[in-house]
Design a protein around this ligand. Structure first.
Ligand SMILES: [Zn+2]
Length: 493
């Protein structure tokens, strides 16, 4: 697209990507104390407390994220409409600088068109005595998303084609939408559906489906370089927990942590979009800049439960994002579910499509489509937990730390340097195992610092944690035994 409707802050010329080609000392790698402090800092930035509802709990990122999720869960979101706006305004209070955009219905974005805006006030099915049998006010999943308005009396047989339920989960309300085909319908438990006997039913959906706007929000956190990292999450499902609200709250927590850092090497592009049409619209406006600058990115979805971790790689499968995510998950958890790009299902479908081709993967807890509660009323706040959210948050945070620290190193002297005369090698052998491990990491790191492998690759080869390697690499840089080329890892794919 040549027509950029809103130019982002970081759409800078290509040459800006180059910064600090050879650094004498890389200062982004935090010490252990800094790491602890950063977690404590997480929730201390720019908090607004509206109605006394938004108290932060600095000691527990998981509890704060769960509290935000509890606030956001009841909102009836869809691709467009008041629910999306309410959600984005809530996030605006958490994230200073978040900008909410309006895109008019009918706007073209690549092969797609922004649909009409949908809003709903009430919906129900009542019997002849006026008793509400299906009630939108008790669950916003009861109405098919984008249902057109209706107010009609029907026989049981006439009502039947407008009912949706799941026989295999008879107590659950399914989640269904009809964004691009105009219809109306109700979702209900199979048990309730079967209990509806002969008679006449009053079906009412008090909704509007008319030209309006699609909303999305973004915040750009500038770094020292134009090289960009993307965090993208979606805000289009109604009351679903793991497969909706976990994504925005973990993304918001990561953004607040990034905001709290005194310096960032990379620029962070953080977007909250309705899934599919939102990411397509976003890409139609920012594709050139994203292709030019992006070195890594994550779709943040399904990050709230405690059952497992999952990795859906980018299409190429071996980008910096993929390598870092695998490295982190191997150390973060005993096992994780490694999927293929063939298992894709969220906005990586757009970000990794052939003419976009960005290095975007998805590090999740239980992946969409794989757990029984997925897209049903059982995916509620009891399915996610503070520790589930915090586990995903910490894994993604570590990925970002490593991406910040990553560089390609090259030794400055032929043969092994004499570490002892620089105080880097113990002159007395001891049984201090931590010091011995650090020394082993340092020596192994030095042995592979040939300028062809980056931090993540060497860490994998030598079986050490990338952040531990970064600490040792820093010491070597400080002593003039290594140089770090931070740009060689700025290649995107
Ligand atoms: Zn979904």
């Amino acid at each position: 697209m040549t027509e950029l409707l809103d130019k982002p802050l970081t759409d800078r010329p290509t040459q800006d990507l180059v910064c600090d080609v050879v650094k004498t000392k890389r200062d982004q790698v935090p010490t252990t104390a800094e790491k602890l402090m950063d977690n404590e800092q997480l929730l201390g930035v720019g908090t607004t407390q509206r109605s006394g509802q938004r108290a932060d709990m600095p000691d527990s990122p998981g509890l704060s994220m769960y509290e935000w999720a509890t606030d956001l869960f009841p909102i009836c979101r869809s691709l467009t409409g008041d629910g999306v706006r309410r959600t984005l305004h809530y996030l605006e209070d958490l994230l200073p600088g978040l900008v909410i955009h309006d895109v008019p219905s009918g706007t073209a974005a690549f092969d797609w068109t922004v649909p009409d805006e949908w809003n709903i006030r009430d919906a129900y099915i009542e019997d002849e005595r006026g008793q509400r049998l299906v009630d939108f006010r008790s669950s916003n999943l009861h109405v098919i998303g984008y249902s057109v308005p209706v107010d009609v009396w029907l026989s049981r047989e006439e009502l039947e084609p407008h009912l949706y339920s799941m026989s295999d989960l008879p107590n659950a309300i399914p989640y269904a939408t009809s964004y691009y085909e105009r219809r109306w319908g109700f979702c209900l438990s199979h048990r309730l559906r079967q209990s509806l006997g002969p008679g006449r039913y009053h079906a009412v959906i008090d909704s509007d489906l008319a030209p309006g706007v699609l909303n999305y929000a973004e915040v750009i956190l500038p770094g020292d370089c134009a090289s960009e990292v993307l965090l993208s999450t979606y805000v289009c499902h109604p009351s679903l927990a793991n497969n909706e609200i976990s994504g925005p709250v973990v993304t918001a927590a990561l953004a607040r942590w990034l905001l709290s850092l005194p310096r960032r090497r990379h620029t962070y592009r953080i977007v909250f979009v309705p899934e599919t049409i939102g990411s397509i619209v976003y890409l139609s406006r920012h594709l050139d800049a994203m292709r030019r600058n992006m070195i890594a990115g994550f779709v943040v979805t399904c990050v709230g439960d405690e059952r497992t971790y999952s990795l859906l790689p980018s299409r190429s499968g071996n980008t910096l994002t993929d390598r870092v995510a695998r490295h982190v998950l191997k150390r973060h958890t005993d096992r994780y579910d490694a999927y293929s790009f063939l298992d894709r299902g969220s906005d990586e479908r757009q970000y990794c499509s052939p003419l976009v081709d960005l290095p975007v993967a998805s590090l999740m807890r239980s992946k969409y489509g794989t757990y029984p509660e997925y897209h049903t009323s059982l995916d509620d706040l009891s399915l996610i937990s503070p520790s589930g959210l915090e586990g995903a948050y910490l894994a993604l945070q570590k990925c970002l730390r490593i991406i910040e620290a990553n560089a390609t190193y090259v030794a400055t002297t032929p043969c092994e340097p004499q570490l002892g005369k620089r105080g880097l090698y113990p002159t007395l052998s001891t049984r201090d195992s931590a010091a011995a491990l650090d020394l082993q990491t340092m020596c192994n790191f030095l042995a592979y610092a040939d300028g062809r492998r980056d931090l993540v690759e060497i860490a994998e080869i030598i079986g050490a944690d990338a952040l531990d390697c970064a600490v040792q690499a820093d010491r070597l840089v400080d002593h003039g035994l290594l140089t770090a080329d931070t740009n060689s890892t700025a290649g995107r794919r």
